[in-house]
Each structure stands twice: as C-alpha cells, then as structure tokens.
Design a protein around this ligand. Sequence first.
Ligand SMILES: [Zn+2]
Length: 266
Amino acid sequence: MITDTHAHLYFPECISIIDEILSRARDSGIRRIIVPAVDLETSKVAIELSEKYEMIYCAVGIHPGDVNKAEINVIDELNKLLEREKVVAVGETGLDYYWDTSNIEKQKSFFKIQIELAKSHKLPVIIHTRNSVDDAVEMIKENYDKDLRGQFHCFSGNKIQLNAILSMDNFYVSYCGNITYKNYADIDVIKKTPQERLLSETDSPFLPPVPYRGKKNEPSYIIHTLDKISEIKGANTDELLKSINKNVESLFFDFLPTKRNTDNAD
Ligand SMILES: [Zn+2]
C-alpha cells in the first residue's frame, strides 16, 4: 500500500475529475493521499476534501509563490485550521527563488512563522525549495529542535545539501516524476539518499513521470517514480516501499494526537 504525500487535487484539472483520479489511485495500490495547500483558500478546500474522502489527508499553509497576496493575519486562520481532524502537516511552505526573488524577506518571514506553527502544533512541515535549498536548510537548522520535523519535497539539492538535511533527525526527502526524464542530472544524489529518509510523492498535477510526460500528473502514476528510485538504488521496489511506508507513518501519522489516529489501517 502506497501513500502519495503530495498531490494538489484542488486544482481545476484535478478536482473536476476527482472521483476518477481517486478510483485509479485505489486500483494502483494507493491507500492515502496528502493534499498540501498553497494559500488560505486552498487550505479550506483541502480540509473539505479530507472530510469528504476517507483516503485524503491534508496540510494547510501558504506556498512561497503565494506570499505576495497574503497578509500576515492569515496565520491566525491557519492556526485554527491546524486543529482540524485530518490536517497532518503545515504546508506547503518554504522558499522559491525561481519565480520571484524580489520578495525574499517576505518569503522568509512566512516560512519562519509556519515553522513555528508546526512546532506549536507538533506537526511536520512540508518544505518547497526551488532554487533555494541552501537558505531553506539554513532556516530549518536555525529553528531545529526535537519538536521540528519535516519533508523536503521534490528535492533537487546536491550531496552537500542532502547531507545537511540528513544530519537532522526526523527530516526526510522525496523525489518527483522528473527523475524519470532523460536529462535528469542528480541521479547520484538519489543513490546517496538512504531508504530510511525517503518519502513517496507525485506533486500532482505537475511533473508526471515517463511514460506520462506531457500529461497531467496524478497519484496513480507514482509507481513509475518509485520503480525509477528502486532502479537507481539497485533496490527491490517492495523492500523500498516498506521503508518508505515506515517513514511516512512516522512523519505524518504516528505522532498525531489521538483524535487523528483513529484510522489505523495496519
Ligand atoms: Zn506542491
């Protein structure tokens, strides 16, 4: 059984066919999907989806690409939403220097506040790091303590950055479908990522793996990315999945307050 830890199922192209997407996901062995938000509105929709569909869990937060339109008082609202039953993380947050570098200070302040929210709710943080891995890792290091844990999602850093993450307990990385593309440059970083620190994700509807490149990504395609990781690491996919599932449990599901732990499927 597989968990897709990152699928933006509220985007129009996904939500309009969500029943089909979920049914294909179930048929492909996916048991749970975590839907991360990008702003206040999608935080609310992600919660609604989690309340409507048993297999959906969610994260609430402000994406670095969406901080421009956000006011700081949105944090009070997020604080309340984090209490909801199927919210398993803060996110996605982080830093994005690919789309906009004119607002780095605002991105950093939203990231910092969301790190604090995660700590105070004892929830993990889902971190986006496009062209910004060094700064994001540094901010996590500065705020690191026993209550802070999280996922560097769609990781694209180098080995030095990977090692900085691995030096902190309870931090994990995950890779998306773009690792199956011919020109993907960082195969060696994947090889060096221990199974004990890997998570599974798609980032749907973005970055579909081969053979779906050019289409809209969806959770059922995750197996192609997992197969590629197994191939790169010379591992057996079932064994790899066992490790990944253990990591997913311990990051997103094991430490949740009792009210959120009622659906213990194992
Ligand atoms: Zn995302």
